[in-house]
Design a protein around this ligand. Sequence first.
Ligand SMILES: Cc1cc2nc3c(=O)[nH]c(=O)nc-3n(C[C@H](O)[C@H](O)[C@H](O)COP(=O)(O)O)c2cc1C
Ligand code: SF4
Length: 681
Amino acid sequence: MTATGDPLLQPLRLKHLTLRNRFMSTAHEPFYTEGGMPKERYRLYHAEKARGGIALTMIGGSAVVSPDSPPAFGNILLYRDEVVPWLAELAGSVHSHGAAIMIQITHLGRRTSWSTADWLPVIAPSPVREPAHRAFPKAMEDWDFARVTRDYADAAERCRAAGLDGIEVECYGHLLDQFWSPATNKRDDEYNGRLESRIRFAEEVLRAIRARIGAEFIVGVRMVCDEDWDRGLSREEGIEIARRLARSGMIDFINVIRGHIDTDEALAHVIPGMGERSAPHLDFAGEVRAATRFPVFHAARIQDVATARHAVSSGKLDMVGMTRAHIADPHIASKVAAGRESEILPCVGMGYCIDRIYYGGDALCIHNAATGREATMPHAVARSAGPPRKVVVVGAGPAGLEAARVAGARGHAVTVFEAASEAGGQLRVAAALRRRREILGIVDWRLGECARLGVEFRYNIYAEAADVLSEAPDVVIVATGGLPNTSFLDEGAELATTAWDILSGAAKPAGSVLLFDDNGAHPGMTAAEFIAAAGSSLEFVTPERVLAPDVGGINYPAYFRAFARHGVTVSLMLRLQGIKREGNRLVAMLFNEYDRSRHERVVDQVVVEHGTLPLDELYFALKPGSRNMGEVDYDAWIASRPQQVTRNPDGAYLLYRIGDAVSSRNIHAAIYDALRIAKDL
Ligand SMILES: Cc1cc2nc3c(=O)[nH]c(=O)nc-3n(C[C@H](O)[C@H](O)[C@H](O)COP(=O)(O)O)c2cc1C
Ligand code: SF4
């Protein structure tokens, strides 16, 4: 398709505003705020998307309008005047790259907690607790209505004063639509009952906003048009609200949501992840567009350009939200326009970005370490100004592949040694679970980039020091990964099957299995689902107080669904200390440290997951001959300066060790190690 004929690259007019194409990033709070203000990190993050050609970036996931809507995940504090200059600087930066910028504003209602910020009670239409955020709200009184309505208008005025192009009023799972939904509105006053009563408050708020900021400023709503829930707002009522708002003259676009978000399981269907079908709510968004004849935006797992193109060309959407897709690659639009679609770094739906904000962390992409680090890490790696060097990378897992890609993009001659017959390392093991196969996108994209950049791969070579040295390298990067760690067992380690054995196919799940997970992340859960789906009877044992504490809110529901479907038994607070043989069966010896009791389980197979131990022989063999003796200057690393350690002037090469070859961590850590080292070579 030529760029000029591409429906995705056609402009869209919204009142006085021309959006240069159909790509948008919908609201999401990445937790990059500092003290509730969108400062440099926030600005650079959105400016990168603008530079990458996006038409509209909707900032501020749930920027809060009132102090009794305290931030649930680092939200921008729109109720403070000091926000205006920060927003103005951000808007100026995005505008300078030709993109439009709007902000989502909200009162979270019951979807937050009272024990932060100013310790004000949480409010809602009725005292119905939201399971996800766990606050018991106060039912709103007359003075709450007046106060919150005024706060919305004040916040809208601040946004206009900052030079933003518009606002989007959040109406799904938050205060305004908590009045719409029969699940949360139990009032017996004029704000409940018939549809017009339930939407009364939202209309009062929109009216107050319009009265304050005038008719010209762009105002949209991101609204639930069907809660897809027997207790919630029906499809008919949702679409009717959309029609009424569209006709009201108070709004300029509708951003369609389908589903409810009061539990993690429900949210996982609104923000579908890995293994879910593509664009599950796109047809519904198209129905809303047909019913309202109004500009419709929508996002939910539209990850690839072909689906986005279909969404526009089939008339389902006016603007296509590709939110996580832009977290993964902020340069989608410019790559499409330049005919470089195949170079787009794909969002693989891993959900690491959103899982992290649930822990109070910042949103990071599992396989793009530059996102959110725009001040120091490049999204587009530039060629080195220095002479080309010979770089040898050992290991083609995520760390090695990223190092090879980045070193290749720097213009160096790169050779990768890999012991297996194909690239991927632990990612291939993780991909054994069918619904998580998309993880291989992390490998495939890097292989594609490496091919484009002329990186050489040598498979089936378990590289020894001599193999590496025969290449006369200037730089050696050891990314050999690790092997499953069973060293924690007091006895019987040789009887243990590892999660890796199961997923790689080296061992088949037996009839009755005890899986001990003392890692708390994806590998144990993935192996458990694999074992249970194979028909084994499975007891999942962990010393933690919860299941898999490092698997976040978007990812655990799919595992729990599988656990429920296959009847997996879960035992908390138990530590596996040893394994012994009993006839042709195994005895798992368990210890409960809280009452100091000991327990035994007789099973056919004991599977353990306790991270990996580094495969570091090659690194230590190469260390004496290196110029830096393997040392990394952490101060320089943190400050993103090139490494300049020389501890052995006679050394022939620089040596670095990255990823799990250092210690058992995760994919993001491996890729960040690689980018940090290779970007300065
Ligand atoms: C880190 C993160 C935070 C989010 N926070 C919000 C939010 O505050 N308000 C909102 O309406 N949507 C929020 N979302 C949802 C996105 O706007 C979007 O609907 C979702 O990611 C699905 O679209 P996608 O598949 O294109 O990513 C968030 C998403 C992510 C990844
Ligand atoms: S972490 Fe996963 S879901 Fe989030 S942007 Fe990256 S690839 Fe996509």
